[in-house]
Design a protein around this ligand. Structure first.
Ligand SMILES: [Zn+2]
Ligand SMILES: [Zn+2]
Length: 235
């Protein structure tokens, strides 16, 4: 099992964020190679991830499951626990390129619903006066790389904060963009693009408020009757 865990962690590092389908695609051959039974359920996968986390927390790494409403999916995210926008932009980049990451992250996070039109990633990004301007082709290359790494997500010609940013930079995002980015008061994790109370407009994770409303029928924040439909609209 140890070899399976090591191989799986390596795959998580390479992919940055993984759907359950991808997790299955990785575990199937890995477990077969090491003649170990494959975790058969989501619960078994979560248990495997918890065991891996016990061994990597000292190394400043963690694997975190996150619900991502924009894709109506749950992902497993590989994260460094001490990351900041300056450090995530990766080694091998110039100061200007790292600055571009921070500026783009701030630009998206400062929008109310934390997304921008795709061309906004190349226009109106104000860099420090002393820095050399980046070519648009280089910006596109970087954005593509950071999207593959899960820091941003492109959907319908818009760019959203990606699952890895939400996990790895959650402290930075909620402390620097607290007006748009808040933690769900029920589970204390960051919540975006999810369900809102019709009275006070505060946002919760759908699953969190659903569980809460099994016992009560009021908003935990404002105390008014909860009226927002819980089911995801299919339209
Ligand atoms: Zn929650
Ligand atoms: Zn409310």
């Amino acid at each position: 099992m140890e070899l399976v865990k090591r191989g799986f962690l390596r795959a998580c590092k390479n992919h940055s964020f993984l759907s359950f389908e991808l997790i299955d695609d990785i575990l199937a051959p890995l477990c077969a190679n090491h003649k170990t039974p494959k975790p058969a359920s989501k619960e078994a996968i979560r248990a495997l991830v918890a065991e891996i986390n016990d061994t990597i927390s000292d190394l400043g790494q963690s694997l975190v499951f996150i619900k991502y409403p924009i894709k109506a999916a749950e992902y497993l995210v590989y994260a460094k626990t001490d990351a900041t926008p300056d450090s995530v932009a990766n080694t091998g980049l110039t100061a200007e390129e790292c600055q571009y990451f921070s500026k783009l992250l701030d630009k998206i996070a400062s929008e109310e619903d934390c997304h921008i039109a795709w061309n906004g990633a190349y226009n109106d990004i104000i860099m420090q006066a002393s820095s050399k301007p980046l070519k648009k082709s280089r910006m596109q290359e970087l954005l593509q790389k950071w999207t593959q790494m899960g820091y941003f997500m492109e959907v319908d010609e818009r760019i959203y904060l990606g699952p890895r940013s939400l996990v790895e930079l959650s402290f930075y995002l909620s402390s620097n963009h607290g007006e748009n980015i808040k933690n769900c008061t029920l589970c204390k994790c960051l919540v975006l693009w999810d369900i809102r109370c019709a009275s006070c407009n505060i946002q919760f994770h759908r699953e969190c408020i659903q569980t809460y409303l099994q016992r009560r029928d009021i908003c935990p924040s404002c105390g008014n009757l909860w009226t927002t439909p819980i089911r995801r609209s299919t339209g």
